[in-house]
Design a binder for this molecule. Structure first.
Ligand code: CP
Ligand code: NVA
Length: 306
């Protein structure tokens, strides 16, 4: 029996496979008005224990545009979290669907679900990481700047799940990643990762400025005063490379981590980035579902080189 291809974290997947997933994503974007029916007859369960707009809609539309089906289950609508164990839930879902996309706070629960699942499990974000988002981000950087390799990406604000997946991606796609964050958070940055408490130093000559909310879901009520020097505003943007782009996974907390001027300005690519969730995830799904009896069309579909 072939091994189930879970998409859990970028450092768990062969770098060449990740690069080939992004090539497929570009090819599928080029065919967005004529999508190949790769997932005919296949179903994806989507489990959420947190809010979502982009992840939910992009996975739903990705499956449906490529001929598949989805079942969405939010917290409070299913037995998981109640009396039923993750092991039992994984076993049962595996008998119904061909893949499971999960947004769950505790990363260990994602791993447990994958351990007992007979079908691919995709990380739709945990408190530790958000790999699907960063696949879309790297795709966007490739579109806008040609390649991510050798570029300088400056992350401003909080060290969190999204920044952790950027760290993983920097090793795969060969970009420089530097974090600028308040001093009392230095200890959160993993060993070996470049960081500074000086936002201006971080953004100097950067090709990409990226940030995320200072208050991730589950951290409501947190004091944000210390983050103001890390707000991405026009002053900070002016210190970056003149062709630098601004990225944000969204949702933005208006106007805390980024000024309105930057978010809506000419260097901002936030809505292309959001759209690319759809295309990147089609390619992630195709990779995961490759051995799941995917329609013959996938075998003959030419993903092209880019
Ligand atoms: N960026 C992102 O994952 O957005 P949602 O929380 O809306 O899914
Ligand atoms: N860091 C944010 C990302 C939301 C997409 C959170 O975890 O809430």
């Amino acid at each position: 029996m072939t091994q189930v291809k879970h998409f859990l974290d970028l450092d768990q997947i062969d770098p060449d496979e990740l690069k080939s997933i992004l090539k497929k994503a570009h090819a599928l974007k080029a065919q967005k008005y004529n999508p190949p029916q790769l997932f005919a007859g296949l179903s994806l369960a989507m489990v959420f224990d947190k809010l979502s707009t982009r992840t939910r809609v992009s996975f739903d539309v990705a499956m449906k545009q490529l001929g598949g089906h989805t079942v969405v289950m939010s917290k409070g609508e299913m037995q998981i979290g109640g009396a039923e164990s993750i092991e039992s839930t994984a076993n049962v879902l595996s008998r119904f669907v061909d893949g499971v996309m999960v947004r769950i706070s505790e990363h260990n629960k994602l791993l447990e679900l994958a351990e007992y699942s007979g079908v691919p499990v995709i990380n739709g974000m945990t408190d530790k990481s958000h790999p699907c988002q960063i696949m879309a981000d790297v795709m966007t950087i490739e579109e806008k700047l040609g390649s991510a390799e050798g570029k300088k990406i400056a992350w401003l604000g909080d060290y969190n799940n999204v920044s952790q997946s950027y760290i993983d991606a920097s090793k795969v796609f060969g970009f420089e990643f530097v974090i600028a964050l308040p001093e009392d958070l230095n200890g959160n940055v993993p060993d070996g990762v470049s960081f500074t408490n000086d936002a201006k130093e971080a953004v100097k000559d950067a090709d990409v400025l990226v940030t995320d909310t200072w208050v991730s879901m589950g951290q409501e009520g947190k004091d944000i005063e210390k983050f103001w020097p890390y707000q991405v505003n026009a002053d900070l943007m002016s210190l970056a490379h003149k062709d630098a782009i601004f990225m944000h996974c969204l949702p933005i907390h208006e106007w805390e981590e980024v000024s309105e001027e930057v978010a809506k300005g000419p260097q901002s690519v936030i809505y292309d980035e959001a759209e690319n969730r759809l295309h990147a995830q089609k390619a992630i799904l195709a990779w995961c579902l490759e051995d799941a009896g995917v329609s013959v069309s996938q075998k003959s579909f030419n993903f092209g080189n880019k």
